[in-house]
Design a protein around this ligand. Structure first.
Ligand SMILES: Cc1ncc(COP(=O)(O)O)c(C=O)c1O
Length: 427
């Protein structure tokens, strides 16, 4: 529907408000409707162009509509889009994951990161015969009832009490989750000792949202879990194939027992995975572990050939010499530029993260955990993001995703947009 003033986007926004709760798919506010993307640029329905740091919330690490990824997906589409049965592309993608990711000996495909995290926790319970999972305050592991605990609590509870983040979560599940502060190994150690007979695993984003692990933190988690006979799960839905080809476990040099993957491995299509040691992954195999210890898991689109082919093409591009050096160099330049512009304007801010994924936090002190993030000026952040949108920068609320497709021109454009927006903020 095109309104009288001719804005296609406004017409779609009106329709969305009628047919979608809140006028959105739930991910971003519905005030922008994206029509297409190419490389590191996207265009809205009225043809406005943006430098894209959203990257579809992360999957488009090699850029939108990469010709090789597009060709790989199109070839599969022409030959049938889903079979439920095993297919060559799913098998070959699993082989590529096993070759790349240190902890991955076997792989089970699902369609979303939320499912992957749910099944990774279930696998830990099946393997250990215990129920509880320790997660970190502020850590995101998708939308399951178990994961949506203490992701973004408005009021802090005493550790290790879990605070459900959503209506509709059974109260009884709170007791199945043990909550700890990120980057605080001493607290983790004492909680694990206290609950060791009940704990199946620790699940952690090795790089939590945009907060890097403090030196030694992930190694401490590895030691504590090993000493107490519980599993360590890295949620690598974001970090997998992004921080390095082998993910955060390669980048930070700590190997978990299980990990979850998503985003990049589907090449922009719905595909995610649980990967890990064979002894644990065998719980997905009834013949290996027997009826009582078998972990039930089925999904209509699991190992979908179009998604798997797009994932394989994406990984092939990322394996080329210089790919990660380029992503990191672009990210380093962007982080340094933003830091400098904010400092010159006298704004109290931290630019935190790793080069492929970072953002500014308007807070005076260094940030190491969720409670540190709570001290940030979020109104200022929203204003900055709004000013940047007006200046042709598309990003999420609290993340710049950097891609292989971002060019020097994109960096220049971004610097100008930052400089202009910061001038307004500082005035
Ligand atoms: C660390 C992490 N885990 C899990 C998920 C859930 O993945 P999905 O949105 O595919 O369900 C996300 C999504 O952003 C994520 O960032």
């Amino acid at each position: 529907m095109t309104p009288p003033d001719g804005s296609i986007q406004d017409g779609l926004i009106d329709t969305a408000k009628r047919v979608l709760p809140g006028g959105t798919f739930g991910n971003l506010p519905g005030d922008v409707v994206i029509r297409e993307g190419r490389g590191a640029r996207v265009w809205d329905e009225d043809g406005r162009e943006y430098v894209d740091f959203l990257l579809g919330s992360g999957p488009m690490l090699v850029g939108h509509a990469h010709p090789e990824v597009t060709a790989a997906a199109q070839a599969r589409v022409a030959q049938g889009t889903t079979f439920f049965a095993n297919n060559r592309w799913g098998i070959e993608l699993a082989e590529a994951i096993v070759a790349a990711v240190p902890c991955a000996e076997q792989v089970r495909f699902v369609s979303t990161g939320s499912e992957a995290d749910l099944y990774a926790m279930r696998a830990a319970r099946a393997y250990t015969g215990r129920d509880k999972i320790l997660k970190f305050e502020g850590g995101y592991h998708g939308m399951s009832d178990y994961s949506l605990m203490s992701l973004a609590p408005k009021r802090s509870a005493n550790f290790p009490v879990a605070v459900p983040d959503s209506a509709g979560i059974p109260k009884s599940l709170r007791d199945e989750m043990v909550i700890a502060p990120f980057n605080n190994a001493d607290t983790v150690e004492s909680l694990v000792k206290e609950h060791r007979d009940e704990l199946a695993a620790i699940i952690v984003e090795p790089f939590q949202r945009i907060i890097p692990p403090q030196p030694g933190f992930l190694k401490a988690l590895r030691r504590i879990t090993a000493e107490n006979g519980i599993l360590l799960i890295f949620d690598e839905v974001v970090t997998g194939f992004r921080l390095a080809y082998g993910g955060a476990q390669e980048y930070y040099g700590v190997e978990p027992d299980l990990c979850t993957l998503g985003k990049v491995i589907g090449g922009g299509f719905p595909l995610a995975a649980i990967a890990g040691k064979t002894g644990i992954m065998q719980h997905f195999n009834r013949d290996a572990v027997g009826e009582d210890r078998f972990l039930m898991q089925i999904g209509t689109l699991s190992g979908n050939p179009v998604a798997a082919a797009a994932g394989i093409a994406t990984l092939e591009i990322l394996r080329r010499p210089g790919a990660y050096e380029q992503i990191h160099a672009t990210g380093r330049e962007l982080m340094a530029t933003l830091r400098q512009l904010l400092a010159e304007a006298g704004l109290k801010a931290q630019v935190i993260g790793e080069p492929p994924l970072f953002d500014v936090v308007f807070a005076p002190d260094p940030i190491t955990d969720y409670r540190g993030m709570l001290k940030a000026d979020t109104a200022l952040m929203r204003r900055f993001n709004g000013l940047l949108r007006e200046r042709g920068i598309l990003k999420g609320e609290q993340k710049y995703y950097v891609s292989l497709a971002h060019t020097e021109d994109d960096v220049r454009f971004t610097r100008e947009a930052w400089a202009s927006a910061i001038k307004v903020l500082a005035s």
